[in-house]
Write a protein that binds this ligand. Sequence first.
Ligand SMILES: Nc1ncnc2c1ncn2[C@@H]1O[C@H](COP(=O)(O)OP(=O)(O)OP(=O)(O)O)[C@@H](O)[C@H]1O
Ligand SMILES: [Mg+2]
Length: 389
Amino acid sequence: MKKFIERALERLSKLDEEQVRSLINHLGNENDLLSVVFESMTDGLVVLGAEHEIMLYNKSAERLLPFEHEEIHEKKLWETLSDREIADFFEERLLNQDRVYDKQFTLDSSGVIRILSCSIMPLVRSGKALGNLVHIEDVTEKRSREARLRRAESLASLTTLAAGVAHEIKNPLGSIGIHIQLIQKAVNTKGSPDKESISKYLEIIMEEIDRLNGIVVDFLFAVRPINADLERRSLNSLVHDVVDFIQFELKEAGIEVEERYDESIPDLDLDEKYMKQALLNIIKNAIAAMPEGGMLRIVTDTGSSDVVLRISDTGVGIDEENLGKIFEPYFTTKEFGSGLGLTVVYKIVKEHGGEISVTSREGEGATFALSFPIPESERKLIEWEENKV
Ligand SMILES: Nc1ncnc2c1ncn2[C@@H]1O[C@H](COP(=O)(O)OP(=O)(O)OP(=O)(O)O)[C@@H](O)[C@H]1O
Ligand SMILES: [Mg+2]
């Protein structure tokens, strides 16, 4: 309670009529202001009492939630809703006294599809639970904007990938054409055809067909949609598992490993299989970049909304010209590289809603930084715990 009201209450018997009138006026004005703010919010808010009964709600809540009855005041929230799924959700979670963040529902209100995000936060005063605050947000537009962005991004990368394939198949196709012409010539020469040359040309054609096949297989692997199976898990232990898995190769290559994990990072939504593949691709590149041995440094770190994983090596580094190309499909400086390793890494990181960047200088090693978003619910918990202290 505001200090001056407390003071006024203590002195209530001593206040004259004018002072009481001014106090009530003041409270009335403040209440009006709060009501205006409450009613003009675009998000829906419902205040529930200790028995989950509706005490207060704003116009947006009325517009967003599928209320069944006209009169909902004092009724339990779940008894007023016409949508069974949402009603069951509130009944179960409120009775369990759960704190919920961003549970999403799809609603079909007379042909218009809307996505609602619902959160439940306990209202606590001096350590006692008074009830709950229910927050409802219409996230339909936000979700479709995100989907549009993802589609545009994957179209753009598909275009570069397709351009890469076109470039890659030009050489083998050209070579096949030339050797077919040579065979035609050999067949058409007077006298008996030069069987030896013909069989050599055919062999080359077969090799080129194999190469074409390899390009198509790699291409399909790179464009295949990933069906990431995201599960809440620890990034630190996943990374450590990969390092463990490849430690023999690292040792053989004379590479020392330093792992520094931030133990306070929250669990993330990760697909174990794909993440391990991405990390292996990065670490294998690092091994290839340190033919004389060196140091592989792995560090995790947490910010307020992202977790960052840095993988650094002390290898040959990447010159400025190539730095912008390494994620492009088919870019490779290796004799037998496919140039798809980092393309796949990029795709996997994006699939996790993350970002990847690289810093490097020729001769001074390279650092790959991967950042991943902290799931909203884990974020909320951190903030809440921070507030407690
Ligand atoms: N840690 C690194 N240090 C120096 N150069 C790197 C590093 N990682 C990647 N590169 C450069 O980026 C290029 C592309 O890497 P990417 O993994 O996509 O393909 P690749 O390693 O050449 O082939 P593949 O992964 O199919 O064996 C590499 O050829 C190399 O020139
Ligand atoms: Mg590679």
